[in-house]
Design a protein around this ligand. Structure first.
Ligand SMILES: Nc1ccn([C@@H]2O[C@H](COP(=O)(O)OP(=O)(O)OP(=O)(O)O)[C@@H](O)[C@H]2O)c(=O)n1
Ligand SMILES: C[C@](O)(CO)[C@H](O)COP(=O)(O)O
Length: 259
């Protein structure tokens, strides 16, 4: 059965005034190893300007007006250490749960830790530590206004070729050039009506299916996903050069704040 967006009431309309508790929460999957960043500490715990990337990501999302609860998904055996880290950085109110072997598993485990009052869920990579709070709020606002699924995204700036993959170093034949005006590079936080995201995770885990982002999972349900403007500084720290860029952006912000 395919689910239509209209099967889900806009989360803004679901906000009952009776039950006390948070309405909008952020789940931060932080259980990845960071293989592409190279050997060392798990990526979320690597430092940026002397502070772990995860702490930046928590502060960045918690600063947003819409956010009332933050749930961090720690490496499967790392929850106690993450708890200690967050306490040491003055973030005792953040909930910490152990994650899983894939990002999708980690998000599902984070969702399971949300209190019943939560109607709007944002999912934000710990690997995007510099997301501006305006981007977080823009996503939350769009969900509260009735969109069941919202992604921040930017236009693609490179020309994109389709290829026939070849093993090893053999040159790959180009089979076409994609119309990049139709493409968007998608960031996080991605925002959802809770019921939509929970249904997507339940359904896809039962079917043994997956996607590289949460919106991709929701798309499989036939639910509409909309795009709001992303931000250049919400980039994902994936490879070593991204860390250099992140340090530069942070230094620029700190210099700006000093004046
Ligand atoms: N089992 C996993 C894998 C990934 N993530 C999280 O998903 C986010 C985005 O993933 P990515 O940048 O790909 O991180 P890694 O999986 O750590 O990177 P890599 O693929 O290079 O190992 C990160 O915050 C990461 O910690 C997670 O919570 N649980
Ligand atoms: C969720 C995500 O950050 C959206 O761009 C992205 O899909 C994660 O990428 P990964 O490299 O597959 O972890």
């Amino acid at each position: 059965m395919s689910i239509d967006s209209t099967d889900f009431a806009p989360s803004g309309d679901q906000h009952s005034s009776e039950a006390p508790g948070p309405r909008t929460a952020v789940v931060i999957p932080a259980a990845g190893k960071g293989v592409r960043l190279g050997p060392g500490t798990p990526k979320a715990l690597r430092e940026l300007g002397g502070t772990p990337m995860l702490v930046h990501a928590v502060r960045a999302t918690a600063r947003a007006r819409a956010v009332e609860l933050v749930v961090v998904v720690a490496p499967p055996d790392g929850a106690p250490a993450v708890r200690t880290l967050l306490d040491e950085h003055g973030l005792p109110e953040v909930v910490v749960v152990p994650g899983g072997g894939t990002r999708q598993d980690s998000v599902r485990l984070g969702l399971a830790a949300l209190p019943d009052t939560v109607q709007t869920v944002l999912v934000h990579d710990a690997a995007r530590p510099l997301v501006p709070d305006e981007t977080v709020d823009a996503v939350a606002r769009a969900v509260r206004a009735g969109a069941p699924a919202v992604v921040p995204a930017l236009p693609v700036t490179d020309t994109v070729k389709q290829v026939e993959p070849r093993p090893g170093a053999e040159p790959e034949p180009v089979t076409g050039t994609v119309d990049r005006s139709l493409l968007r590079a998608v960031q996080t936080p991605q925002g959802f009506a809770r019921t939509v995201l929970a249904e997507a995770h339940t359904r896809l885990v039962a079917e043994g299916d997956g996607a590289t982002d949460d919106a991709g999972m929701v798309e499989r349900l036939g639910v509409d996903v909309v795009v709001v403007p992303g931000h250049e500084e919400a980039f994902k720290v994936t490879r070593p050069l991204d860390l250099v860029l992140a340090e530069a952006v942070l230094a620029r912000r700190r210099a700006h704040d000093a004046f």
